[in-house]
Design a protein around this ligand. Sequence first.
Ligand code: GLP
Length: 241
Amino acid sequence: MKVIVVKNYEEASQKACEIMLDIVKSNPQANLGLATGSTPVRMYELMREDHKKNGTSYKDIKTFNLDEYFGLDQSHPQSYHYFMCHNLFNELDINMENVHVPKGQGNIDEECESYNKLLQENPIDIQLLGIGSNGHIGFNEPGTPFDSVTHKVDLKQSTIEDNARLFFDGKIEDVPTQAVSMGIANIMAAKKVLLIACGEGKAKAVYGMAEAPKTIDLPASALQDHPDCILIADEAAASLL
Ligand code: GLP
């Protein structure tokens, strides 16, 4: 794992954006694995700015998101589909037919199966990740087997609490308790993985991911075996390394 420590969130976002743009510019048909959460928001903003200013094109780029809440329609303002449109896609020249976010409604077993098939047919060139304070990646909570593929997840109470701040008025009862997520094996299959971690709330998870023995109790530690994984951490998140 290559560890890049930067001063703060802004520098982390700039470095991550640089790496993403390298991929997009060198392969205009790249398959991007994308993530939600507050961490990539600034990086997405920088990608939008670059598109506007430099015309980097996404017209033949395909995207595959990690996860989606269960029970929220795509048009729900708190769905990850909506998040991606508003933070990135709406201001790019991307073809929305090339955008893939798991569906959190309908027949979930069928949805998981077809998402796995889609990922098999479209190998991901770069998978962007954030990290949960308990070490989760996507919505793969502690205890998820490393050979898991897209599946339905029961969210841990700590994840529901962490994510409540992103819901309308931070009301915990509004946060869905289940989600659909790519599995750890899907993430490990990406050619390159880029994980951004910022803030001291992520320090323990970052230590567990990068330096503690690999364990399913800290899902991100699976990345120790990835042949091309880059961790960008700000000083606070890297403070226990
Ligand atoms: C959610 C997402 C993860 C994300 C995590 C951390 O649980 N499913 O993909 O990494 O939140 O979010 P944040 O970046 O807001 O700390």
